[in-house]
Design a protein around this ligand. Sequence first.
Ligand code: NAG
Ligand code: NAG
Ligand code: NAG
Length: 275
Amino acid sequence: MTFPSLFLAFFLLTSSFSPLAAGSSAAYPIIPGTVDTSVSAAPSDDLIPVRREVYDDGKLFDITHRYTSDMPVWESDDGLGQFLWLPKSMKNGSLANNSEMKLPTHTGTHVDAPGHVFDHYFDAGFDVDTLDLEVLNGCPALLVDVPRDTNLTAEAMKSLNIPQGVRRVLFRTLNTDRKLMFKKQFDTSYVGFTKDGAQWLVDNTDIKFVGVDYLSVAAWTDLIPSHLVFLDSREIILVEALKLDGIKPGIYSVHCLPLRLIRAEGSPIRCILMK
Ligand SMILES: *[C@@H]1O[C@H](CO)[C@@H](O)[C@H](O)[C@H]1NC(C)=O
Ligand SMILES: *[C@@H]1O[C@H](CO)[C@@H](O)[C@H](O)[C@H]1NC(C)=O
Ligand SMILES: *[C@@H]1O[C@H](CO)[C@@H](O)[C@H](O)[C@H]1NC(C)=O
């Protein structure tokens, strides 16, 4: 395992303990993606954490990417970099370990709220806390394979023959085959929605949950236009950078929960698919 067990502390944002000793305020740095062997002796067999993609005898899939310093972020060659620290550590006399994190809200598997591309929606408060949890959670959710030789164009959407009434669709594309979310360098040649592809979905389907497998729902060359088409009605929710490797296409129940970040137009989101 290359990920440090300290990732388990990801959501330990606030401290409910006071530090025991003075001098414990200096941050003890954690470098995600590395194991600091100076910190502890080699773990014994029963102290090796299990990290899984699939649970419940193959019926539950984690479709969220792990947050690591090497994961790609928007328009950067260098990846996310350090985003997690341990300002209170037992090694330095604190009663407990308490991590702190800092990361852009559109990092890794995340959701876009209408305020992302509409300033008046942002000002009016259409943040991630206002997103409909019923759209983000439920059955059916359709996992479809998009032909690998195309962006998400009107023609490609038409060819998928998505039945009327389906409200949640996860589009698996060439991005998954190219393992783009596992590459540090941001790649503008990812597959995404063209403006006409987004418009076709809005005009011809009942889809309210649009899931994609790279950092943006919109193709690089149609970045803003495609977002505008999707988010204008404030009814469609965009879930980006899903981890869709190795799952059979078909009908599932999806469960996605964003953080309740008031006045944020994006949020990390944990998503699972269940058979
Ligand atoms: C403890 O804090 C000091 C600074 O006060 C720092 O140099 C050191 O790396 C820390 N060690 C641990 C194990 O947290
Ligand atoms: C964090 O706490 C655990 C005990 O729960 C301890 O074994 C570990 O060394 C601590 N890590 C640091 C960096 O203080
Ligand atoms: C999709 O569009 C991008 C530009 O946004 C382009 O670089 C890429 O080659 C296209 N991919 C396919 C499969 O057509």
